[in-house]
Design a protein around this ligand. Sequence first.
Ligand SMILES: *Cc1c(COP(=O)(O)O)cnc(C)c1O
Length: 394
Amino acid sequence: MREAMLPVYAPPEEVFVRGEGMRLYTEDGTAYLDFIAGIAVNALGHAHPKMVAALKDQADKLWHTSNMFRVPAGEQLAEKYCANTFADQVFFTNSGTEAIECALKTARKYHWANGEPHRQEILTFSGAFHGRSFAAINAGGNPAYLEGFGEPMAGFTQLPFGDHDALKAAITKDTCAVLVEPVQGEGGVRSIPEHCLVSLRELCNETGTLLIYDEVQCGAGRTGKLFAHQWADGKADPDIMAVAKGVGGGFPFGACLVTEEAGKGMRPGSHGSTYGGNPLAMAVGNVVFDEMMSEGFLEGVRRTASNLQQGLASLKDRHPDMVEDVRGKGLLVGLKLKSAPKPVQQLARAKKLLCGVAGDNVLRLAPPLIATDADIREAIDILDACLTEAASAG
Ligand SMILES: *Cc1c(COP(=O)(O)O)cnc(C)c1O
């Protein structure tokens, strides 16, 4: 019964009962091509045989002990993430929001441990999205998400997206950290150029400010590197990073990755989670990681992504009255439309293509990373027809 659900979402009528690879199926067997993947979550598509096997195998053995006992698969996965990123240590969570909470707490605790407890100010950017907890909505700064939830939290300041001078001016002796998505998701699929991330890193170095990336949406192979900031070749590594969504491939899990230095305030008792890093999540997480890092996988993502972006560019050429721009990076891309994207999203769904929307009139695409060239062609053809229809509907 829909009425029994707190109406914070407004889903369409379709009910999906099964998924396989790139496709979702309704009860009557109708197939939909999935180009949103639960918002960049199902990185390996639906019901990936290795993920299913790992989950079932673990389900037969052990579900939960809590972190009062060691979870070997978690230690293994943490080590893999550390070996392939800037990080030295990992804290596992159940969601992106919790990964952000851990990142923010770690950053403040760092300055506290350094004898500068006044350094509490977190700087973020317009269009940001960092989750739905109290801290996360204050970091995100979206008025619609803050409305009615009381006094804004102290210690968060939002700056205009892409304004390096404003950022420079805003950093004071009380600044704790800069929190930023290397590719903004919800705010309109806006990618930050690599040279800007490098300047950001330099500015943080000069001022002793911690750099926190939110790669909850753009990480996990989505841009064709394990993490989006890695396109800067080590010149723009963060001190702390929140990840989730794709790293679990559909099983709820996230993580906060830190350098040893940035994590130095965190001690037994500083933070915790009952479920974070539980054996089921870790079993799946290891499979997702191993698949993403398998020979040729990320290279395949880069090829597919360039194919998709070419397709989107062709849509912009063919529908100049509808499409303003192509946005994003890798397989996190969007068409910035000249009007609201919802009608196009609805037309696409009627033609059995699932896409998302984002802020700033963007139709958002984030297909599973296993999308083939044929899938891309099919999606572009459907969108082509939708844009034609939407234009004539005016
Ligand atoms: C989705 C998202 C979050 C929040 O993750 P949840 O798992 O929904 O808590 C945070 N940051 C970004 C960039 C996201 O896209």
